[in-house]
Write a protein that binds this ligand. Structure first.
Ligand code: SF4
Ligand code: SF4
Length: 719
């Protein structure tokens, strides 16, 4: 290998292409308040436990601290927002594979439950024109009714959305061929929703604590009340009359509780809380039979608490409606209110505790996202009134900070980041492709063993190209594309980095390998061995020759001129991506990769005809698309200027007079004078094989017989 001179012109050309992309737009929201109002106008939405029509909801002004519109209920206008609407691009602008962030409109209620998610804007190559937008629209519907605190897993199976691990993990149906794009969408939705929940719902990140704890299977212990309280299985908060009076000090109702003033040390209220799903709590507190009946009554393993009070102030009054939420009690975890509902009072009588004035079994809805292993607050509202007609009512809250006993729970490990899950899911594919790349590297570094034997080279090449087409292309979806280059530059210009590539590990592995080989061998390694559409053209060409389809080999000079067209197409595409992105999305269809490889020809007729037409052209003119049209090939050729070595061996006699290699090179990458045109070389190794095979390389055999030294010709190397 001989060091290669620098190419100033190519670097200038590359700089021009990059410059064309510098004026790309930054991420920004698409909607105004009027747009949001319009969307709610004729809709009925489920906000928390209540159904509300658009007329009963008012959209507030966009918030300053977090870019979201609050939703207010017209029925309770002073009760604060009942939900929030926001665009993901404002809060979690993660670039997709086209280089710009997708934008989804997300609606959540005040408990962190998703009301709806809608796709506003996305240019993901796999959906635009490929699979179409419908699968993506269907995917985002799966968020409805789920809670921000639930862990979302994305499957590639065909079953419907479902829950596991006690309904705190939900599994969404993925979309085959678009896994990386929907992982980015999921990150965008969850990232934006968490940002709003943290800013407005006092919500701590689920990532801080990992997935919800699961009740541990433990042998049953018989425990009395003292032990239950001592171990924290039953937790208690007591308030004396004096302490209750202190709560209202300085208000209009201070000193109005005569009994409290007379007996300040007597109990005003005692609150007891216990988590019933743990058998060592539930069975000891309620008794075996009542606990077993309760378990069959509660569905979906929903968390249930026993809450009871003693003293002068009961948990509920006579107006309480069975089956509803007790108005005086609120459950809050990580600052997020969680709904509690009366499950069945018949089981609430606890034989171990007497003199209760109220006892309820309160269940948490299955999707509310409660983590029973994390601390939570039971807040009891105490009201005191003054006056009869238009009374002044003052309310104060006391809080029982409930810390679940850790020995009763298993704590599942924190989930891996979304991008790492993508890598984990593709590990077998990555190992297979990695092994193939190692094998290819070995052959290209030491080509003599295989290339000197034409049959061995042919078999190896056909086998590897079959692997490239079937495994890398159709199965693993590893077709690289010009969209990835424009997307990467757009992301960098917008300051969003290249994180989106992490979600597509197969492409990232191939990109990394291609970048390394650009420096070592130029564009030839990718185009000659790793491009699935290139491999498909190779097979079409082979089939055509086997069937004696007439081949047209343009004269070398014509071929050089035609090859320039691919650079013109590349410049046009870059300019369109910078100035008219919508047009660029259509223009990239000049690449038939999505049609022929990504969706396996399952597309509309015009796209199919374009891809088939290009393959047919390749049946008459060898690798027609690669040599005269492909903008990715052009970009790689420019990148190939980084190549540091001339790796094709040449001797004095190459081209003077021997034309053997030149005639064998179907890519016309060897000039009549014997010089290699590396920009056109596809590393097929045919000429390498001839060079190493004295039976085929006439001059070499001649020189060897005459005892002459074979000299490398430096001029023939420089290109
Ligand atoms: S020129 Fe284009 S289609 Fe041909 S092998 Fe290279 S990237 Fe693939
Ligand atoms: S025969 Fe042509 S394409 Fe193949 S390695 Fe030699 S120069 Fe490159």
């Amino acid at each position: 290998m001989v060091p290669k001179p620098t190419k100033q012109r190519s670097i200038r050309f590359l700089a021009l292409l990059l410059g064309l992309l510098v004026c790309l737009c930054a991420a920004a929201g698409d909607l105004t308040k009027a747009d949001i109002e319009q969307r709610f106008k004729n809709r009925t939405v489920q906000v928390g436990a209540a159904r509300a029509s658009g007329s009963a909801l008012r959209v507030g002004d966009k918030l300053r601290e977090v870019p979201a519109w609050p939703l207010f209920s017209e029925l309770t206008p002073d009760a604060g927002p009942v939900g929030y609407v926001f665009e993901t691009v404002d809060l979690a602008p993660i670039p997709g594979f086209e280089g710009t962030p997708m934008n989804l409109l997300v609606e959540i209620d005040a408990s962190g439950q998703f009301i709806d998610v809608e796709v506003l804007r996305q240019h993901e190559p796999v959906f635009v024109g490929g699979l179409g937008p419908a699968p993506f629209d269907e995917f985002v519907k799966q968020y409805r009714g789920r809670n921000i605190r639930q862990q979302v897993k994305i499957s590639t199976g065909q079953s419907s959305a479902r829950s596991d691990s006690g309904a705190n993990v939900v599994v969404f149906d993925g979309i085959a061929k678009a896994t990386a794009s929907i992982r980015i969408a999921n990150q965008s939705v969850l990232g934006a929703a968490l940002a709003v929940a943290r800013a407005r719902l006092g919500f701590a990140s689920q990532g801080d604590s990992g997935p919800p704890a699961l009740v541990k299977k433990l042998p049953l212990e018989r425990l009395d009340l003292d032990t239950l309280i001592r171990r924290g299985y039953v937790q208690r908060l007591a308030l004396s009359n004096a302490e209750a009076e202190k709560l209202f000090a300085g208000t209009d109702v201070a000193g109005r509780d005569v009994e409290a003033l007379q007996s300040p040390d007597d109990v005003f209220i005692e609150v007891y809380v216990a988590y019933l799903n743990a058998p060592n709590i539930g069975r000891n507190l309620l008794g075996d039979a009542a606990w077993a009946s309760l378990q069959s009554h509660l569905q979906d393993d929903r968390p249930a608490f026993w809450v009871a009070t003693r003293g002068r102030y009961p948990l509920i009054d006579e107006a309480f409606i069975p089956g509803s939420s007790p108005p005086r009690l609120e459950l809050v975890q990580h600052g997020l209110p969680i709904q509690l509902r009366d499950a069945n009072r018949d089981y609430a009588r606890a034989p171990v505790l007497d003199n209760l004035n109220a006892a309820l079994i309160l269940a948490v809805p299955p999707l509310a996202g409660l983590d029973p292993g994390q601390a939570m607050d039971f807040r009891l509202t105490i009201s005191r009134a003054r006056g009869v007609i238009l009374p002044i009512v003052i309310q104060k809250q006391i809080s029982l900070h409930y810390v679940p006993p850790p020995e009763l729970f298993d704590f599942p490990p924190k989930p891996l980041p979304e991008w790492l899950q993508a890598w984990q899911g593709r590990l077998p594919d990555l190992i297979i492709i990695g092994a193939a790349l190692l094998l290819l590297s070995g052959v290209l570094l030491w080509p003599r063993a295989i290339s000197a034997k034409p049959r061995a080279l042919f078999l190896f090449r056909m086998a590897f190209l079959s692997f490239t087409l079937v495994f890398i292309g159709w199965y693993a979806q590893g077709q690289l594309s010009i969209v990835q280059i424009t997307g990467a530059i757009k992301s960098l210009v917008a300051g969003a980095g290249l994180k989106s590539f992490l979600y597509d590990p197969v492409s990232l592995l191939l990109i990394a390998f291609t970048l390394i080989t650009l420096v070592v061998w130029g564009r030839a390694t990718f185009c000659g061995w790793l491009c699935p559409f290139g491999a498909l053209q190779e097979f079409v060409g082979l089939l055509a020759r086997a069937n004696r389809v007439p081949q047209w080999r343009p004269p070398a000079r014509v071929s050089r001129v035609l090859a320039r067209s691919r650079y013109a197409i590349l410049v046009l595409l870059m300019a369109a991506a910078a100035m008219t992105p919508a047009a660029a999305v259509k223009m990239v269809e000049i690449e038939p990769f999505k049609t022929a490889i990504t969706v396996g020809f399952r597309r509309e007729l015009p796209f199919q005809l374009w891809a088939i037409g290009l393959l047919l052209a390749g049946a008459f003119v060898y690798k027609f698309f690669c040599r005269f049209v492909c903008p990715l090939g052009a970009a790689l050729t420019i990148g190939g200027k980084l190549r540091q070595w001339n790796w094709l061996p040449r001797i004095d006699a190459c081209g003077q007079p021997c034309q053997r290699c030149r005639k064998a090179c179907r890519y016309d990458a060897i000039e009549p004078g014997g010089r290699i045109v590396y920009d056109e070389c596809f590393q097929c190794l045919d000429c390498v094989g001839i060079y190493h095979d004295t039976a085929r390389c006439g001059p070499k055999l001649l020189f060897a017989n005459k005892g002459k030294t074979i000299r490398i010709h430096p001029l023939k190397q420089a290109q």
